[in-house]
Design a protein around this ligand. Sequence first.
Ligand code: GLN
Length: 481
Amino acid sequence: MTIINLGDLTIESARSLLHEGKISARELTSIYQEEINTKNPELNAYLEVFDDTFAEAKEIDERLRSGEAPRALEGIPFAIKDNILIKDRICSAASRILENYQASYDAFVIKKLREAGALFLGRTNMDEFAMGSSTENSAFGATKNPYDPSRVPGGSSGGSAVSVASNLALAALGSDTGGSIRQPAGFCGVVGLKPTYGAVSRSGLIAMASSLDQIGPIAKTVRDAELIFDVIKGKDLLDSTSVQYQPQIPNLKSKKLRVGVPKEYFSVKGGEGIDKDVLGVINKAIETLRGLGHEIKEVSLPHTPYALSCYYIIAPAEISANLARYDGVRYGLYKEGKNVIEEYFKTRAAGLGEEVRRRIILGTYVLSAGYYEAYYGRASKVRSLIKKDFENVFREVDLLITPISPKPAFKIGEKIDDPLSMYLEDIFLVTANLAGVPALSLPFGQVDRGGVSLPVGIQLIASWFSESILFEAGKILESHR
Ligand code: GLN
């Protein structure tokens, strides 16, 4: 058996090893399972590790040996965020209310991964129903940052980001409604992609805010993220907002990229602004691109300052509607009561955590008669303006470069009792969801905090269906880190 250095392994390199017969899918699975056994008790990245992955790997090995052409992700072990349905498995969204809920079908993305030969190691921890930025809102305990276990890994896809960062999986799926792929990827030093809204089907994703939710890859390299995206994208009849992916072939007259630096992202109001070390990393990325001859241009997206307020009206509004289904009648937890109203109250009080209840209350309020226009109506108008900002700016530049988070990973417990400071974490992230444009986060530097080196990432944003520009620019930056 070939000696594998898991730290260096990528989907690309694993594929060659598997295809050349230098390692088997069973060996690869076992190596990851051993890592999980050793590290997961402390990190709490996985909520469940599947016990039949090895048997599935055996089928992959038979296929590999049969001489059949290997599929795109043949034998690649994945970790799956626990809000993506895998048939016959529990899917809890890290909530007590779905603790024992078993999925009756595969999500579209799971079907796609299966068809490409991927293996599933287990389901990963997250903020309950994907609401949060630290994975502390899980009903099953916080996930720890592998660089410093006293810090958060980011959220809500914290378990998926940690599993890739700590070699507990070669790649993962997450979901991103307001930054939940990009921020944990940034905090854990891995790559995360939030695709264009509609590029990936949401069928089989436990809904949070349906007009914002997208599933995307978390991986070690930009190329790996691209490989996964190519597999999971595409139109699905079960999600009417999904589309046949028509890549926008970038109109790059020269080979030089026009990179926009949106000034509003560098002068945040609220919180304490951007950490100067984080700013240093972004500036280094900008200078790297400039040094390679790409054009750097200051641009403006004037409605950015309203994005967070807009998101925290629209997202809770959709959350309150989507979560109405957890009533103890259809599925999930059930608590007996004297009448149906008492049953609802008891079930939801016992099954839903504090942040989820806060969002439902907020959302119900902003949708209530008399307030609907003042809140939801206005937020929808602001959303159109934010979208217009992007339309305008992408006439001038091919992509934007911004920070992911104002600071590196914060301490566990630091923000959990202060929802507003937690919401401020999402300040650079929610715009892409509100507008529906694709955004990539990739690691670019480190900062020292108390003798520990923490990763810092950068965000690249492109126009609708221009993921190819993100991959191109991401690869350039990756090779000049
Ligand atoms: N942190 C954001 C929120 O709590 C984003 C969550 C997400 O993208 N799922 O709403």
